[in-house]
Design a protein around this ligand. Structure first.
Ligand code: GDP
Length: 295
């Protein structure tokens, strides 16, 4: 997970770590390497530039050159900024509704259905909730089937209505079913397309308006490059989503595009997916991830 970025940042900062005193040239060179490491990890160009500018300003502001352990201070400044880049303080999800409605959005293949199952399992086992999973993909019977397989695996009921081609109606029927049967969380898995298109956006925004979710999550495959940022923007413009889910962080991913999303749409990363199994889900803590990346 972010191994490449971690390795490169470590290399960039290594030079400073052992130094009792450093020069302005050391700082400038290090920041250049830090920027290169971020760009190599696919962090958006503008964001990488702002990142190093901020660290530089803070270093000057704190008179880094005259402090006792300037190397350590620089590492701390980079770590703080990395935490900020990935989202600052961790934020949970809003479960205040009765039932709480969680709408999943994202492109096809991003990992929405898998994550819907993981989240249901997480809420059931860790938060003692009784979730209902809802199959709102009216185009792909295979997707509905897939959600049923997931539901069976984790012992969570799945609501579907195969003949119905109206996702708004399916979602509303599912919520009524949840109320009647004591489900306190409803997770709506929506249809995804391979690319953002108007029809898909209209459809999901109609579901969004009709069910008024407590929480709308945007699911994105961490392996996607800079396109991930544009996709996030398009979804956020229509849904004003509450948080991001980064999936497939177990792969050999550069991941920088995905962590750029936070800066572009100003929404926190809330969860990460780290595998295909139902327990491969983690709440995302930016400070812990920054610690991990910077060793
Ligand atoms: P959807 O079209 O958005 O619903 O995506 P799916 O949930 O069907 O996931 C697409 C593929 O990605 C499937 O083969 C999943 O098993 C896989 N997948 C989903 N999440 C993860 C993850 O966190 N790690 C890995 N390695 N694979 C994942």
């Amino acid at each position: 997970m972010f191994d490449n970025l971690s390795e490169k940042l470590d290399k960039a900062l290594h030079v400073l770590k052992g130094h009792g005193s450093i020069t302005e040239v050391n700082v400038a060179e290090t920041l250049k390497e830090v920027r290169r490491a971020l760009l190599d990890a696919d962090v958006n160009f503008k964001i990488a530039k702002e990142f190093t500018n901020t660290v530089k300003e803070k270093a000057l502001g704190q008179n880094v050159l005259t402090t006792l352990q300037p190397g350590q201070l620089m590492v701390k400044l980079v770590k703080d900024e990395l935490t900020e880049l990935m989202g600052g303080d961790a934020e949970g999800i809003n479960l205040s509704g009765n039932p709480s409605i969680i709408l999943m959005s994202g492109l096809q293949g991003s990992g929405k259905t898998t994550f819907s199952g993981k989240l249901a399992n997480f809420l059931k086992t860790k938060k003692a909730k009784k979730p209902l999973l809802v199959a709102c993909d009216v185009y792909r019977p295979a997707a509905i089937n897939q959600l049923h397989v997931v539901g069976d695996q984790i012992g969570v009921e799945v609501f579907s209505d195969e003949g119905n081609k109206n996702p708004v109606q399916i979602a509303q029927n599912a919520i009524a079913h949840a109320k009647q049967n004591g489900h306190n969380v409803v997770i709506i898995d929506t249809a995804g397309r391979l690319a953002v298109d108007e029809e898909m956006m209209n459809e999901i925004s109609n579901v969004y308006k009709a069910v008024d979710p407590q929480e709308t999550l945007f699911v994105v495959d961490a392996m996607t490059g800079q396109d991930a940022v544009n996709t996030a923007k398009a979804f956020n413009d229509r849904l004003n989503f509450d948080g991001v889910v980064l999936t497939k962080l177990d792969g050999d991913t550069r991941g920088g595009a995905a962590i750029s999303i936070k800066s572009v749409v100003n929404k926190p990363i809330k969860f990460i997916g780290t595998g295909e199994k139902m327990d491969a889900i983690d709440v995302f803590y930016p400070n812990r991830m920054a610690d991990r990346i910077l060793g």
